[in-house]
Design a protein around this ligand. Sequence first.
Ligand code: CA
Ligand code: CA
Length: 84
Amino acid sequence: MKKLVISIISALLLGTVTMAGPEENFTKYDTNQDGLMQKEEYMAMRAKWGKDPAESEKGFKWKDKDGDGALTKEEFLSHLNKKK
Ligand SMILES: [Ca+2]
Ligand SMILES: [Ca+2]
């Protein structure tokens, strides 16, 4: 009985750990938490992932549909959805 409880708890814990999706990335790397991902924040995120800065810059420009220098959550996620 105790074993069952433990396995349920660890399953729940694992579930929360593996839930990190694109939406969580947006929140995580929005370091000033203004609800937008500025270019600096985007570049920092990509650098952390070991991506080439030139590629990241291109990606940012491509994602920033209205060209205001920051990604809304929609802009950030629309790219990911398209890729799928
Ligand atoms: Ca921000
Ligand atoms: Ca924008």
